[in-house]
Design a protein around this ligand. Structure first.
Ligand SMILES: [Ca+2]
Ligand SMILES: [Ca+2]
Ligand SMILES: [Ca+2]
Length: 340
């Protein structure tokens, strides 16, 4: 099915991806040149298949039952799974991450740890440990809210991971010492309950496609907005993987049904290898699409105290919610911005 009426360039692309992504390789060990799998100079005609790796249905293997046990009633199970694509490649769903080994960001609002500041003035910022990246850098404070999970890299170093992978919704504060130019790189995961399907129990259905969203502001003046780059690496749920159009590094799922897909347990997903060094200063994300901004209403944060208690540090700084072009179907999104 994925190769039906496929032009030679796409065949080569699929072959390259097969070579670049050995079946037993973990998701992020696919080499430093994952982006050349698509020739941006040759647009793929509408209706033809995408070079993403295609999976269908539930991940047959659950590798981690629950990354975070939280007694809150609104806590969803944050599991990880493994699934094999039709091209033989293996994928971690919703995505490989450093939750278990990365430094946890300090809490602004986290019901799992009963840290629920009512506003930013209540937070003792001086008590937040400073991660030293550049010894001769400036101390920068950052505020972050992600639906659902983030990992923040600054100048190629992992500064902090989100202490709550899925829900309840939480917000975080980080401090670090870094020297300009500063490269911000953030891995974002819209988590899922139905591993491999990109869905969760919500709004009266067991297969509701959840949405994402990310907002951050930093004391060096950097805020999330359309000047960031954003790329998706996992698109689900899809009634038909061929509804996603590839054009170079553009992965356009706007033609896919994000409102009410009826595929349930038989939905498809598309997976793309993450470049091994995507977060480094030297990795050039210029070819990625521009981040898309979303309103608070679109991200549905107006009823979430983890965001609204600190709206002055987000809205006040004119930070915007960003994501890739599809807030619902794109579930692993990498965003990047370099500040001179
Ligand atoms: Ca979170
Ligand atoms: Ca989603
Ligand atoms: Ca979500």
């Amino acid at each position: 099915m994925p190769l039906k009426l496929t032009p030679l360039s796409s065949v080569i692309t699929v072959l390259l991806m097969s070579l670049a992504c050995a079946p037993t390789a973990p998701l992020e060990s696919t080499g430093s040149d994952a982006s050349p799998t698509v020739d941006a100079s040759e647009p793929i005609s509408p209706g033809l298949s995408s070079p993403g790796s295609i999976t269908q249905g539930y991940a047959p293997t659950t590798t981690i039952e629950n990354l975070l046990v939280c007694s809150m009633s609104r806590a969803r199970v944050s599991a990880l799974g493994s699934i094999t694509a039709t091209d033989g490649t293996d994928w971690v769903v919703p995505a490989a991450n450093n939750f278990e080994i990365g430094p946890k960001a300090a809490d602004l609002y986290n019901e799992c740890t009963q840290t629920t500041y009512e506003n930013i003035q209540a937070v003792d910022l001086e008590s937040i440990p400073i991660v030293e990246i550049d010894s001769d850098g400036e101390i920068i404070t950052g505020y972050i809210f992600a639906d659902n999970y983030f990992e923040l890299y600054v100048n190629g170093e992992l500064v902090a991971v989100d202490p709550v992978p899925f829900t309840p919704f939480n917000s975080s504060v980080v401090r670090f010492k870094a020297k300009a130019p500063i490269t911000y790189a953030v891995k974002l995961i819209d988590w899922e309950e139905n591993l491999g399907l990109g869905t969760e129990s919500n709004r009266g259905t067991d297969y509701h496609p959840g949405d994402g969203g990310f907002v951050a502001s930093f004391s060096d003046g950097t805020v999330t907005d359309a000047s960031w780059k954003a790329q998706t690496f996992y698109i689900a749920p899809l009634e038909n993987p061929e509804s996603v159009r590839e054009n170079g590094l553009v992965r356009d799922s706007s033609a896919a049904n994000a409102n009410n897909p009826s595929c349930d347990e038989s939905c498809y997903a598309l997976h793309y290898p993450v470049p091994e060094d995507w977060f480094s200063e030297s990795f050039d994300a210029a070819g990625w699409p521009e981040a898309v901004t979303y309103t608070n209403a679109a991200v549905s944060v107006d009823n979430k105290p983890s965001y609204t208690n600190f709206s002055e540090i987000f809205i006040g700084a004119e930070a915007k919610f960003i994501w890739s072009s599809n807030l619902v179907l794109d579930n692993l999104v990498l965003v990047k911005k370099t500040v001179e």
